[in-house]
Design a binder for this molecule. Structure first.
Ligand code: SAH
Ligand code: SF4
Ligand code: F3S
Length: 480
């Protein structure tokens, strides 16, 4: 098959969207003037992963450019956007629950515009369900049409016709759209969209489309801007960052991109997610070891410790190969913090398969593991596998895995007692307002006392007390 090259959406199309943003803003000003009302307000709720959180920052960026004030109160606003996730069934149920709860708001304020977007809406059966059962929803659009949000909103505002826009452009990326970031300390930067891996349980490739990489120069430009705004930490995002750049002309690699970012910018901390074990290259590990700015943290989802199940999952590595990668990483980057994703109860999982998972978890010694109960996703190959595991068996295995991982996390955390760690301070802790909170390079949460405001600074903290999920300590030195 000929290689598909990713291109950038033409400038004229992006300019058109900026034009629509202005038109919506004028429309909002007109409404405000005629009704003697305050400025228009928007509420954005995000379900799902970091990718979606960042998409919501783009949605908020566009809404701000359209004259909306972003609010966290859903009751008193003019537009509500639900940016949805469908990776597991409970994510979808949550969205429907919240949508149902909006019916009263819409009755009280018929001018309210309700928008549903994100991964869920790339599934035709979901769009049908919204069309039939949630008549209060005004606009539905999919992940491929994010940059067209201003045009779609303008049409809904002026015509008040319910709109469903889920058409696809699968080899293009949008550049130059506005972003309203949630933090002025840390930032997400998308380096690629979509996924080509088709793990047999996973819906993501169907709803996010093919892998599409952004050009290195566009990524670099964004990071340089973030640096000039004082951002201290950048997380590079993609479903499988290790296959970055294969679709570009000239082709690029993820290790090469990291190298470029470290050479051309001074961002103190760089993270990335997610890495697929089948594509992780020795060059990437060397690049991580070489640059101090790349955090000593690797999220490497394993999904299962059973080679037999890994094959059924279409993951394309074995337990042994995975452990080899981990050993190489530990050797090259001593003390690296390792995290993973694990699915319990994949169809056909036997007690022996599960024992392999427990064994792998012991051998790796993860700092943290995100554990999920397998969820059947319509349209994925695994949904039609015959031997689904009974709920009670899955639950029992899930609890055993959790107990094992909790013990390991605690054991690793215990080694921090009395140590001095570098923390990027994010602000005052939410539930303990006389303490600051932040993360180490390895991603550990540290809550600590400081005699003055160290928000946004990278500081040294002495660890005095250990919890299973966090560390506690005190400031010992000012910013370096
Ligand atoms: N692209 C990333 C993760 C995407 S989804 C990667 O490949 O690692 C995040 C996690 O959700 C996955 O790693 C997997 O553990 C979990 N997941 C995906 N589909 C699932 C399903 N059908 N049921 C349960 N968990 C699932
Ligand atoms: Fe899903 Fe697999 Fe792609 Fe991750 S790599 S998004 S688990 S298909
Ligand atoms: Fe993320 Fe959920 Fe979509 S995990 S990519 S928001 S299906």
């Amino acid at each position: 098959m000929a290689k598909k090259i990713t291109t950038i959406i033409p400038k004229e199309e992006i300019e058109k969207q900026y034009h629509f943003m202005q038109s919506v803003q004028s429309e909002n000003e007109r409404i405000a003037a005629s009704k003697g009302k305050r400025n228009a307000k928007a509420f954005v709720r995000t379900f799902g992963c970091q990718m979606n959180e960042h998409d919501s920052e783009k949605i908020s960026g566009m809404l701000t450019s359209m004259g909306y004030e972003i609010t966290d109160c859903q009751e008193d606003c003019d537009i509500i956007v639900f940016n949805t996730c469908c990776v597991r069934e409970n994510a979808e149920e949550k969205v429907f629950g919240h949508l149902g709860a909006l019916k009263g708001l819409k009755r009280a304020n018929p001018d309210l515009i309700i928008v549903v977007c994100g991964c869920m809406t790339e599934q035709p059966h979901i769009v049908d369900e919204i069309r039939k059962k949630y008549k209060n929803v005004d606009l539905v659009f999919g992940t491929h049409n994010l940059h067209r949000f201003p045009e779609l909103i303008y049409n809904v505002m002026t015509s008040r016709v319910r709109t469903y826009e889920t058409s696809r452009t699968d080899s293009e990326v949008a550049e130059g759209m506005p972003v309203k970031r949630d933090s002025n300390i840390k930032a997400w930067v998308t380096i690629m969209y979509g996924c080509d891996n088709y793990c047999s349980y996973c819906i993501v490739p169907y709803v996010r489309g093919h892998e599409r990489s952004r050009r290195p120069e566009d990524i670099l430009k964004e990071i340089k801007e973030l640096q000039s705004q004082g951002i201290k930490e950048v997380t590079l995002l993609g479903q499988n960052v290790n296959s970055y750049g294969k679709d570009l002309e000239p082709a690029a690699t993820f290790a090469g991109l990291l190298d470029l970012i470290c050479k051309e910018t001074d961002i103190p901390r760089i993270r990335f997610m997610t890495s697929h074990p089948k594509d992780i290259s020795p060059e990437l590990i060397d690049t991580m070891a070489k640059h101090p700015a790349i955090c000593d943290q690797l999220h490497l989802p394993v999904q299962s410790g059973s080679t037999r199940l890994l094959e059924k999952m279409n993951r394309r590595y074995t337990k042994e190969r995975y452990l080899d990668i981990i050993n190489n990483v530990k050797k090259k980057i001593p003390g690296i913090s390792l995290t993973t994703d694990i699915i319990v109860g994949f169809p056909g999982e036997t007690e022996e398969d599960f024992a392999e998972t427990l064994d792998l978890v012991e051998k790796v010694g993860y700092d943290n593991a995100f554990t999920f109960i397998y969820s059947k996703r319509t349209g994925t190959p695994a949904a039609s596998y015959p031997d689904q595991v009974p709920d009670d068996v899955v639950k029992e295995r899930f609890d055993r895995l959790l107990a094992l991982q909790n013990g390991i996390s605690r054991r690793i955390n215990d080694t921090y007692e009395g140590k001095i760690v570098e923390v990027l301070t994010e602000g005052l802790s939410k539930n303990n307002t006389d303490r600051y909170t932040g993360r180490t390079g390895g991603g550990k949460i540290v809550n600590f006392t400081a005699p003055y405001d160290v928000t946004g600074k990278i500081v040294n903290v002495k660890i005095t007390h250990i919890q299973t999920w966090s560390l506690e300590g005190e400031l010992i030195e000012d910013e370096k």
